[in-house]
Ligand binder design. Sequence first.
Ligand code: CU
Length: 259
Amino acid sequence: MMTYSLPHLFRSFNISRRVRRRLAALIAVLFLGTVGLGSTAVPGFAASAPSVRGSVTIVDKEGRPKSNHEGVVVFLDELEQGAVSAAPSPLAHAEIRQNNKQFSPRVLPILAGTTVDFPNDDTVHHNVFSLSRTKPFDLGIYGQAVKKSVTFDQPGLVKIYCNIHPNMVAYLLVLANPYFTVTDSKGEFVIHEVPLGVAIIRAWHSKSRQEAEQKIHVTAEGVRDIRLNVSQDVHFEIQEETISIEHKNKTGQDYPEKY
Ligand SMILES: [Cu+2]
């Protein structure tokens, strides 16, 4: 149905989310006006789907809050049946660049089915690879301005390395639905236009072995006025652990001392 789709109709145009929402609200008003329902909510018709917002506090091993809380992936899981099929389709391409001998971004959530491009911005060569169960691949050695791509069909974590530079690491989280985001430096997040119903919200941090999770019930209760957005507040605290990024190269050997 049209439950969450209105704002997405405008996604293909190059206009901001705020403008899209305004347009969606306006069209919903027109729709309600046309059929003469006034302010009565139509069952299953949440013109402006609710958002889930909240914050993540990253604490160090002593329990002290860190100064920067960015890079935590927050996503919805275990959605009710039908919610995922109503979800918008994925971005065709995402990107992890090789820049200054680092991957950028270092943490990237994507929807399963998305193709990720790996352009090399550096003057040195890189060899991007992964031995992950989710998606093993080896892009071979390539130099500046070359871009290679991989499509990730299966949900799961993909740790990505460079076979030449052992300090290069990226974490790609391939997710089964598009309801995900990454925290900003304050640890704040918002997942827009989420489906109604019960779901699990999870927070994943590369420096914690355990995902934080919480059950939420997204409701449209009180969404009589379609300009209103119901939002839920969720707070997580994640404690960092010592997780070594040490790993073998793509053939299972140690990296040479000099590289
Ligand atoms: Cu490299």
